[in-house]
Write a protein that binds this ligand. Structure first.
Ligand SMILES: C[S@@+](CC[C@H](N)C(=O)[O-])C[C@H]1O[C@@H](n2cnc3c(N)ncnc32)[C@H](O)[C@@H]1O
Length: 224
């Protein structure tokens, strides 16, 4: 059965499309698959890892972006009602599509500690908050895909802003479809301790990666 195009929009210089097939959804950005409900194990692992790394008492967690909500669903499932979770999503259409089509199957119950806002994650990183865990899954890795402006997030200045937005023992997690030595080197230069874990699925040629950037080396002690 082929994918059915449900909606499309051009926002922030990107052509976004929502497709469905057999009750499963997929978002394409500029013709490339950004997120598919047929393949969400590593996005859920990302959310579970964020919960594991969060402090037990009142964790403050920031996620960018929403996509189809699998990372957020795994995080809220693991964390329950503790602390606060803020999701920054750049696209108003993605939020509307999530509410209208995706939420009933991915995140039917929204906990009171979860807030989804329409915002560029970069704005929240420079707002003076201190997060215990920041999760970045806005492109397909540390290279801009959704919008050219996202390149700034992975630059040395962007990584310095990311580090400044973390609490003393805080960790940032980044989902990636590829390994990037250049990114790891820039993160180290910005003062992070860096670790990277491959997430292998049934097909080894489709390994995904989770980068953990610790504000301190001690912050990565639970990232096995
Ligand atoms: C790969 S998807 C996220 C997938 C998500 N982890 C999931 O489980 O479905 C990337 C999302 O980030 C959003 N995004 C892209 N750039 C952003 C930015 N600068 N700030 C906030 N959200 C952004 C996109 O609109 C898209 O919804």
């Amino acid at each position: 059965m082929p994918w059915t195009l449900l909606e499309s929009v051009t926002e922030n210089d990107a052509r976004l499309e929502l497709y469905s097939r057999d009750g499963i959804f997929m978002i394409r950005a500029n013709g490339l698959e950004l997120m598919s409900g047929f393949c969400h194990d590593s996005e859920m692992a990302l959310g579970q890892l964020a919960a594991q790394l969060a402090p037990a008492r009142e964790p403050r967690i920031l996620i960018g972006g929403l996509g189809l909500g699998y990372t957020v669903a795994a995080l809220t499932d693991a964390l329950g009602t503790a602390g606060t979770i803020t999701v920054a999503e750049l696209s108003g259409a993605v939020i509307a599509w999530f509410q209208r089509y995706v939420k009933p199957s991915v995140l039917p119950m929204v906990a009171g500690n979860l807030t989804i806002i329409r915002a560029d994650i970069a704005e929240l990183l420079s707002a003076g908050h201190a997060y215990d865990v920041i999760v970045l899954d806005v492109d397909n890795g540390p290279e801009p895909l959704v919008r050219a402006g996202n390149a700034a997030l992975y630059s040395q200045a962007g990584l310095a802003a990311l580090r400044a937005a973390l609490a003393a023992d805080g960790v940032a997690l980044l989902w990636s479809g590829f390994e990037s030595e250049d990114f790891a080197a820039r993160a180290r230069a910005a003062g992070f301790a860096v670790a990277c874990k491959p997430f292998s699925r049934a097909r080894p040629d489709l390994a995904h990666y989770i980068y953990a950037l610790g504000r301190s080396r001690a912050a990565l002690r639970h990232f096995a």
